[in-house]
Design a protein around this ligand. Structure first.
Ligand code: ATP
Length: 471
């Protein structure tokens, strides 16, 4: 099966089974925005919940939920107003807009070589394309990938990715605010509030889950690059001399988290950023990458942000953000180790990773092998037939389990087909009420991946599931 076919199948399953829909679909959709359906919202919540538990059920990390709109000076201090830009070009003919680096990726290597030769230029095509002087020379030789015309591109311009809006009724410069492009700044500006209210000492962290918005020029690959998405970020404040140690610690912890939730180890890797390509604030940076059907892509960034953020906020706000280290009897601005994961992007990775097609007794089955903790529905309750008291018995089990788990009752059609529907939704356990149930109170529990069935006393079901799911 070609890798990109898999992607199509997953997108179609996501829609058919209610994981992900296009935003405003009946109006033709809104580019870069997606809605999470009944199964999807459960999966997303479970991912966030597992992250929240892993990150904040510790004595040295506190939670926070900061507002999306912040004082506009925040984004000046952070560098976003000035630097959060992508160079882009427009095709004057067909009006398509391209991010310059992505335009570069769209051109075949052979073609690049030819253009460089014809212009008698040496060097790396992609780098030259972003080099002010050479850029327009190269652009004049490129055919627009959309309409095919040559020499129709505007010069490259910087495009700020922040969404702008206004507070209050007057839409003027004085009322501009931005939809946050990352959750991190809400944490930085609250550093001392959290530290003093929670009486924390360094090293400690602040964790937050929330929406972020980026006016991405090219949205593509389903949930990978969207304009509205969710981040799960944690900023860990450390004494400057301990930065390297904590950076390594968080690298290990974060990779282990994906593995602990069943993500295929061979599809995960670190991509360390070379020192000469680090962002202006970073001393060290790595991406945790997942091997998507379209190639390796970042799902989380881990950065040593030094004291850049707090120093800048100190400078721009005029308020001291220094920490008083009682043991060392000194004041300093802490270094920050950041772990910044995309909830929506890792959602996509978990979904793709779980997707399997297999043949069972000559029949094809599609199964989402989610770790039970992430599975949208934990158990399906299926009366074998719709008579002899089986539906009533099954309904009682449903009522009982519903107090603790998201469960699903299904009494329609052949049981084999009902199992397949649950496989496709990633439900780890299917509980069937049959003739024997009526005699001895036991039910069969079928496990999704092995398809093995065991008999369990219906009174023990809750304990059985708790143990298996390890809630
Ligand atoms: P990229 O280079 O892919 O645009 P980035 O390096 O700008 O990503 P960060 O700013 O480090 O990303 O953001 C941290 C995480 O937030 C990313 O690892 C990713 O999971 C998520 N993320 C960032 N931008 C988007 C987006 N447009 N859509 C979905 N998730 C995103």
């Amino acid at each position: 099966m070609a890798q990109l076919d898999v992607m199509d199948k997953i997108v179609s399953l996501a829609k058919r089974r209610g994981f992900v829909f296009k935003s405003s679909e009946i109006y033709g959709g809104l580019n870069g925005c997606w809605d999470y359906g009944p199964l999807g919202v459960e999966l997303l919540r479970n991912i966030k919940e597992e992250w929240w538990k892993a990150m904040t059920y510790r004595d040295n990390i506190e939670g926070l939920d900061a507002s999306i709109l912040m004082h506009p000076r925040v984004w000046e201090a952070s560098g976003h107003v000035e630097n959060f830009t992508d160079p882009m070009v427009d095709c004057k003919q067909c009006k398509s807009r391209f991010r310059l680096d992505i335009l570069g990726e769209m051109i075949q290597e052979k073609k690049k070589k030819k253009i460089l030769e014809s212009l008698q230029l040496d060097g790396d095509f992609d780098k030259l394309l972003e080099d002010g002087e050479k850029s327009s020379l190269l652009l004049a030789e490129i055919n627009c990938p959309q309409c095919g015309n040559k020499g129709t591109f505007t010069a490259a311009r910087n495009f700020n990715l922040m969404f702008k809006t206004f507070v209050g009724p007057v839409e003027d410069g004085g009322s501009v605010v931005y939809l946050r492009p990352e959750t991190a700044q809400g944490i930085f500006v609250n550093f001392l509030n959290v530290q003093s209210s929670a009486r924390q000492k360094l090293p400690f962290g602040i964790a937050q889950i929330g929406k972020a918005f980026r006016n991405e020029i090219n949205t593509k690959n389903f949930l990978f690059r969207t304009r509205e998405f969710e981040q799960m970020e944690m900023q860990f404040f450390v004494k400057p001399v301990n930065d390297v140690e904590w950076y390594e610690y968080w690298k290990g912890e974060r990779l282990a988290w994906y593995k602990s939730l069943g993500m295929n180890e061979s599809k995960l890797q670190f991509h360390d950023h070379p020192k000469n390509k680090l962002a202006h604030y970073a001393k060290d940076a790595t991406d945790i990458e997942y091997q998507f059907p379209f190639g390796w892509g970042e799902i989380e960034g881990i950065h040593n942000r030094t004291n850049f953020d707090l120093s800048r906020h100190e400078e721009f706000s005029g308020k001291s953000l220094k920490y008083f280290d009682e043991e060392a009897k000194e004041k300093y601005i802490p270094f920050i180790i950041e772990t910044s994961a995309g909830a929506s992007r890792s959602y996509m990775a978990f979904l793709i990773d779980a997707y399997h097609e297999e043949e069972v007794n000559g029949e094809q089955r599609t199964v989402l092998r989610f770790n039970p903790k992430l599975a949208p529905i934990k158990a399906a309750i299926l009366p074998l037939v719709n008579k002899d008291g089986m539906p009533e018995f099954a309904r009682n089990i449903e009522t009982d389990l519903r107090k603790n788990f998201k469960v699903f009752f299904d009494d329609k059609g052949a049981v084999g087909r009902r199992y397949r529907r649950q496989d496709e939704a990633g439900t780890p356990f299917s509980i069937t009420v049959d003739t024997q149930t009526l005699a001895d109170g036991t039910v069969t529990v079928r496990e999704r991946d092995s398809m093995e069935q065991v008999r369990v006393a219906s009174t023990q079901l809750k304990n059985y599931l708790v143990e298996k799911i390890q809630l």
